[in-house]
Design a protein around this ligand. Sequence first.
Ligand code: SF4
Length: 312
Amino acid sequence: MKKIYLSNPRGFCAGVKYAISFVENVHNLYQNEQIYVRKEIVHNRRVVNDMAKKGIKFINELDEAPENSIVIFSAHGVSPEVIQIAKEKNMRIGDATCPLVTRVHRKAKKLRETHQIIYIGHKGHDEAIGTMGEAEMFLVESEEDVVSLVGKINLDKPLTYLMQTTLSVSDTKKIIDKIEEVFPNVEHPDKDDICYATTERQEAVESMMDSIDAMLVIGAPNSSNSMRLVQLAQKKKPKSFRVSSAEEINKDDFDNLNLEVMGITAGASSPQILIDEIITKIQTFYPDVIVSNFPGSREDSMNFKLPRELLK
Ligand code: SF4
């Protein structure tokens, strides 16, 4: 391998930085108390393991934490049912949900009074479960799913759609086109819900496709935005692949791929240290490889402020 181009923006987005800082600040403020986080705070084992080493406990469901305890909800958001259970257990709730996910929840709450809602998302993903808890919705993952809604949607009632924030921009457009074709009276929301971080990372990867032989995506298999980056890259560069950590890579695999120029990007929940470790390991395979930012690339454009009570 002769050259590595780094895609920009890559790695942590504003929502992930917000969620991690949220947990760290609560941990610092309540040093004598056990802090619980429901689900992975973000979909990255490295981040979760580092927090667990500091004493933060990760649970899958609220019955794993005692009454009155401090529980933080992850960046992906939770359904109202989970909030209700936490209140019944007198838990002190910290909500680290990304503000862009919260915005979709708010839209769902408003629309449920007046509209039938199609939700474009991935079945079983934490964000989809949380958002779909706000209202009765029809989940679709594909154009075929849209067609299967014929007969289930009441054509006399208003219909609209919402979406998961980390979808593929191009695949979602195809699904929206299909919704419009099958249900011509559908009302389009003012703004799509795919977030800036997902869009910018996908655009950056797409802009590199003619300059590389393959893209390496750093991210976890349960990270929706990472998986979309892999799919996107593989459409034009089939040798593109994903790894979660430096332990997963070895020189034989790279030699077999026979790449001259490789791109590297990272999902929104992959920390910089992980990216650095993987680049360093590749440099041990190919000591002469030149690593540089891809020309014309840009930086992440957003930032979220923590609640004032956490900034003491
Ligand atoms: S990927 Fe988008 S929605 Fe998800 S945490 Fe990041 S900014 Fe928020």
